[in-house]
Design a protein around this ligand. Structure first.
Ligand SMILES: NC(=O)c1ccc[n+]([C@@H]2O[C@H](COP(=O)([O-])OP(=O)(O)OC[C@H]3O[C@@H](n4cnc5c(N)ncnc54)[C@H](OP(=O)(O)O)[C@@H]3O)[C@@H](O)[C@H]2O)c1
Length: 267
């Protein structure tokens, strides 16, 4: 069987370099291109030290797509991610999106194009298994508990809010129902911002402070009791590799936009 040809946009980054190493080690996958502006013209072997891997790095998506990847992985920045994803779809690739910060409007446009070109897009705010489980547990909790809020924590330098994990969870909970607010937002006394942002029917608060990596609390409250589901990430990009490899192998079976790794997992 032919190997699946993969292009990783952001292959030299923190998450993308760990994934590139994972692809290089995985049977049946062939890493054919990376994208990074500052390392264009070099190879991944030179830049991230993947031994024996003379994979070319391109500065633009247009050049990288000339390698005709079957699957394009987007792992760069939100300001360029939509352009990369739409270009890859129009170039005939299926797409896995790991980048956080794309809006629901971006995803609506991506969903339309994916359907048009008969390709799959699998967007996963967090590839870690523990996050997939948090999402599942939160969906169950939202069926029984009408009040909840999310708090996403990250380091002071993270620009996009909320985190991809928080955004994706709000999107999923919206499919269960909206969280109940006993005091409507327009009846609040004091600065309304302190109640966070209402995102698809969920109050979301983003904390950005030095000393934090990435974590997410989903808090469900009932009179006299509460349930707190917390996911905490460490400093390694390792937990994201296995989930991303699964997404890469499965996205070719999909058509249109699918969000969350559980779209391709059995529970
Ligand atoms: N879904 C998940 O499980 C998961 C896990 C970890 C991270 N993430 C998300 O993945 C994204 C990347 O995170 P990171 O920590 O790996 O970032 P990073 O270390 O800053 O790496 C970013 C990569 O993207 C490239 N890049 C940036 N802007 C570009 C542009 N305009 N055109 C082409 N390439 C560009 C960078 O290379 P150049 O600067 O040389 O262009 C670099 O290779 C973030 O949105 C992060 O939140 C998601």
């Amino acid at each position: 069987m032919n190997k699946l040809k993969i292009c990783v946009a952001g292959a030299t980054g923190w998450a993308g370099s760990a994934l590139s190493q994972g692809i290089a080690d995985a049977p049946g996958l062939d890493l054919v291109a990376g994208i990074s502006r500052s390392h264009a013209g070099k190879t991944l072997e030179e830049v991230i030290g993947i031994e024996g891997l003379a994979v070319p790095i391109f500065g633009t998506v247009e050049e990288a797509l000339e390698t005709n990847p079957d699957v394009f992985v987007e792992y760069t920045k939100p300001n360029v991610a939509k352009h990369h994803v739409l270009s890859a779809l129009k170039g005939g690739a299926h797409v896995v999106v790991g980048t956080s910060g794309l809006t629901n409007e971006d995803y609506e446009e991506i969903a339309g194009v994916a359907k048009e070109v008969n390709r799959g897009v699998l967007a996963v705010g967090n590839f870690a298994l523990t996050v997939v489980l948090l999402q599942k547990f939160a969906e169950i909790a939202a069926k029984y508990i009408p009040h909840w809020e999310l708090i996403d924590f990250a380091g002071a330098g993270k620009k996009d809010v909320p985190s991809g994990t928080g955004r994706e969870l709000a999107n999923r909970l919206a499919k269960v129902r909206e969280s109940q607010l006993d005091v409507p937002l327009d009846e609040i006394e004091g600065p309304k911002e302190t109640r966070g942002a209402r995102l698809q029917g969920t109050q979301v608060h983003s904390v950005r402070l030095p000393g934090y990596t990435i974590s997410l609390d989903a808090i469900f409250g009932m009179p006299g009791q509460k349930l707190i589901l917390r996911h905490e990430s460490g400093n390694s990009a390792e937990p994201y590799v296995d989930g991303a490899l699964l997404a890469i192998r499965e996205v070719g079976k999909l058509v249109g936009l699918h969000r969350g790794l559980d779209s391709v997992m059995e529970f």
